[in-house]
Write a protein that binds this ligand. Structure first.
Ligand SMILES: [Zn+2]
Length: 165
């Protein structure tokens, strides 16, 4: 009986090697991504405090501040937003290559559709698919001004930063 079970397990892996490997790979990278996101949230909190801000959660008033800055519109496509329909996009994506932080100046309000579409793309490329001409220039300027107003450095080097903690 025992031999039979073992054999079944081996057979399953042998028949479906791609599914098996794929599944394993996905779980492993999922764990890595979660760990990176937790790390980037924690560093973001310190970075907020260092710049004199209350850590970005966002809570109700922080959501209002974001929406207010962007006139209650998706910063990419211009759709109207409320605190309920608000999605948050990280301008510099929170992944292990780009290391964007969850903090003031890197999170902008957008609609759910834009958030789903943008994923890991750069916002500079993505916004060009949502607007053109003067409207595009205005929206780009709004985002850039927002980042500057919060003193977020998109080229922040986490190694330099960690040395100064
Ligand atoms: Zn949008």
């Amino acid at each position: 009986m025992q031999g039979g079970i073992e054999q079944n397990n081996i057979t399953t892996c042998q028949i479906y090697p791609d599914i098996y490997n794929d599944h394993m790979a996905r779980s492993k990278s999922d764990i890595a991504n979660s760990a990176i996101r937790i790390f980037l949230q924690d560093v973001g909190k310190f970075y907020d405090e260092k710049r004199g801000f209350k850590p970005f959660i966002p809570n109700k008033s922080q959501k209002e501040e974001l929406l207010n800055y962007f006139n209650y519109q998706c910063c990419f496509c211009g759709d109207n937003l409320t605190a309920k329909t608000l999605s948050q996009d990280h301008l510099v994506p929170m992944n292990k290559t780009l290391l964007g932080l969850h903090s003031w100046g890197n999170v902008v309000p957008c609609c759910k559709d834009c958030n789903n579409e943008k994923q890991q793309k750069s916002w500079e490329d993505f916004i060009k698919t949502k607007a053109s001409g003067g409207i595009l220039k205005n929206r780009e300027k709004n985002i850039t001004n927002f980042v500057h107003s919060k003193k977020y450095d998109p080229n922040l080097n986490l190694h330099d930063y960690a040395d100064n903690l």
